[in-house]
Design a protein around this ligand. Structure first.
Ligand SMILES: N[C@H](CCC[C@H](N)C(=O)O)C(=O)O
Length: 302
């Protein structure tokens, strides 16, 4: 714990510097604070310095950090909009610590994303020619904003162009949006690639894979088995999701994201250098966990 918390300005400067210049780059900075309501509080700062309401991959790693700090396997973590239930799960593979986290709250309302498109209040399996013709889109907040489109093949250039269009100054998503293209490989098996708000392409987006799983369950009853987890492949590997779908009140559906919480390096830094955004004297020690995760990735084939 820091002697003196970083100011928001210090956090933003540090996130931009860390994500651009350390360890070959990172998607964002996770901040663990004390909490009055849960075991700890997580804040998410994107690589561009913007703050997000939620980070699914981040919540799993913060869960592991707090689980090991307090020797607990089931607890809650405070996030911007709600305190979320997290639990240690069975390792996906030897040497791959795994956590299951609640992804919530869920909203399809335009005010919660926010988006504006014609007089729509929701955007579900909607043809939006202004985005990409012959493709349908669904928008959901978990609670950060996601735009999901199911495709037969992922056109990365189209995904990048749409990602840039809807995260630059635009009238559709004034606060930007994470965009995922997803393929349905077979029953309860997806591939998801995400262009993330505030970052760009990442290996995996936990909330993106969670949002895609929920929309998949909603739109594909014939390929969704509610009694089983969904396997979600991504450019970086695999996670599982579990969806409890409430068709009558879809915002009361439940999402659990289950996946690795891999600490690739330990980084020690003098606190004053965090406040001054000086990262030229870091003490970095690599762990063997990335090797274990890559060994796991070798065993999965979609
Ligand atoms: N870029 C996202 C935040 C990080 C989400 C992602 N890293 C995840 O694992 O969910 C946003 O601005 O909403």
């Amino acid at each position: 714990m820091l002697e003196k918390p970083l100011t928001d300005k210090e956090l933003i400067n540090l996130a931009i510097n860390l994500c651009a210049n350390i360890l070959g780059g990172a998607d964002g900075l996770l901040v663990v604070d004390a909490s009055d309501t849960s075991l700890g509080k997580m804040r998410v700062i994107n690589a561009d310095g913007s703050e997000a309401k939620m980070c699914g991959n981040g919540l799993r790693t913060v869960s592991r950090y707090l689980s090991e700090k307090y020797q607990l396997d089931n607890f809650k973590i405070e996030t911007m909009e709600s305190d979320l239930a997290v639990s240690k799960a069975e390792d996906l593979y030897p040497g791959v610590p795994t956590f299951s986290v609640e992804i919530s709250p869920i909203s399809f309302q335009k005010k919660d994303l926010p988006f504006s498109y014609k007089n729509f209040n929701e955007m579900i399996d909607q043809s939006i020619p202004e985005f990409i013709s012959e493709q349908t889109f669904s928008a959901v907040a978990v609670p950060n904003p996601h735009l999901i489109s199911f495709v037969s093949d992922i056109n990365q250039l189209e995904l990048k162009n749409l990602g840039q269009k809807l995260n630059d100054q635009n009238d559709y998503f004034p606060e930007g949006v994470n965009i995922s293209f997803s393929q349905i490989l077979k029953t309860n098996t997806l591939f998801v690639q995400t262009y993330e708000r505030g970052v760009g392409f990442t290996n995996a987006c936990g909330t993106g894979m969670s949002a895609a799983s929920l929309i998949f369950a909603l739109l594909n009853p014939d390929q969704f088995d509610a009694n089983k987890d969904i396997s979600v492949y991504n450019p970086g590997g695999l996670v599982k999701t579990h969806i409890i779908l409430n068709r009558e009140h879809k915002e009361q559906s439940e999402i659990r994201l289950i996946g690795n919480a891999t600490f690739t390096h330990e980084v020690n830094v003098v606190e004053s250098n965090l406040h001054n955004n000086k990262l030229n004297q870091l003490e970095i020690t690599e762990t063997d966990e990335e090797t274990a995760y890559q060994n796991f990735v070798k065993t999965i084939s979609n």
